[in-house]
Design a protein around this ligand. Structure first.
Ligand code: SF4
Ligand code: SF4
Length: 308
């Protein structure tokens, strides 16, 4: 590790350990873990099911010298659908070789089309079959993004594919490989890299009842909101972008657990609420599931048809 790398890993580990609540003593170990990732000692296989690739894009757009660089330049990625040069039969062979070797961290982005397996394929194989093979051979599974954790937008009511999250799929298939859920639409880059680094150095992090790292998802957006005093004083915003609490504009902060307002997005530049937009609950298990979620109604020609 040269001086530049050491400085980079230390600064990233200071940020990650602080925001994971691990305390100062964990900083050197976390830096070591990040360095291990950098040396390619952590083979990872990244598979995508029903998804828009938004979690990958979020990761790739994170700040310079940030998690994206760590993952794309240093992590030993056996395969990533968006990043890998291999296509066609060659891509199938790369993934098959990785699965046969086993012992990798499996990162899954996207939902599983349980009612219509052929809706999502990789070569000749359905994604469900590929995921089942890959999950059995993995050391641990990271379900990245709300599609992977609970079905997300593909699982919206009335979707004919019958999309489900990866944990539900693993339960159906009786696959007991340890798994961690990192929700969000998209998932924050720090949540992904921080969890990977923790798994590598310390094992599975403390998880909540949904299998989510408590370090990131223990408290609600509401409790950590910069507009919480506005809520208490009943100073409510009437229009998007206005000052005041966004509760009356439909803010889902009180029912969504994530640390967005502390961590912020785009290298700590901003977050939904600071930008004057309500939290839409993208890190909630039920995100976008109901047909009356505004997201769906906006483009629906007939509201009555969209409802059950
Ligand atoms: S803006 Fe949303 S999260 Fe913030 S205090 Fe108001 S309701 Fe709670
Ligand atoms: S504030 Fe809410 S909608 Fe915005 S990224 Fe966080 S969980 Fe998602």
């Amino acid at each position: 590790m040269d001086t530049m790398d050491r400085r980079y890993f230390l600064s990233l580990s200071v940020r990650l350990t602080a925001l994971m609540g691990l305390g100062a003593k964990a900083i050197p170990a976390m830096a070591e873990s990040l360095a291990q990732l950098a040396q390619g000692n952590a083979p990872a296989l990244w598979l995508q099911g029903q998804s828009c690739s938004g979690c990958s894009i979020s990761l790739l757009n994170s700040e310079p010298l940030g998690p994206a660089q760590l993952l794309t330049q240093y992590l030993s990625l056996a395969f990533h659908q968006t990043l890998s040069g291999a296509t066609g039969e060659m891509a199938v062979q790369v993934v098959d070789r990785a699965i046969a070797k086993g012992g990798y961290f499996l990162i899954v982005e996207g939902a599983v089309p349980a009612a219509m397996p052929t809706a999502c394929r990789f070569g000749e194989e359905t994604f469900s079959a590929q995921l089942g093979r890959a999950a059995r051979q993995a050391k641990a599974i990271l379900c990245v993004g709300s599609c992977a954790t609970s079905g997300g937008i593909p699982a919206a009511q009335n979707n004919p594919t019958g999309a489900i999250g990866v944990p539900a799929f693993l339960a159906q298939q009786s696959i007991g490989t340890p798994r961690i859920s990192i929700p969000g639409c998209p998932a924050h880059p720090d949540w992904i890299v921080g969890t990977l680094a923790h798994v590598l150095k310390f094992g599975l992090p403390p998880l909540d009842e949904l299998g989510q790292p408590k370090a990131f998802f223990a408290r609600s957006i509401h409790e950590q909101c910069p507009r919480f005093t506005d809520y208490e004083r009943e100073n409510f915003a009437r229009t998007f972008g206005a000052e005041g609490c966004l509760f009356k504009l439909g803010c889902a902060g009180p029912i969504t657990k994530a640390d967005c307002t502390l961590r912020q997005w785009n290298g700590g530049t901003n977050d939904c609420i600071r930008a004057g937009a309500p939290c839409i609950g993208c890190a909630r298990a039920a995100f976008a599931a109901r047909a009356d979620f505004p997201f769906h109604l906006k483009n629906s020609p007939a509201k009555s048809e969209a409802r059950p």
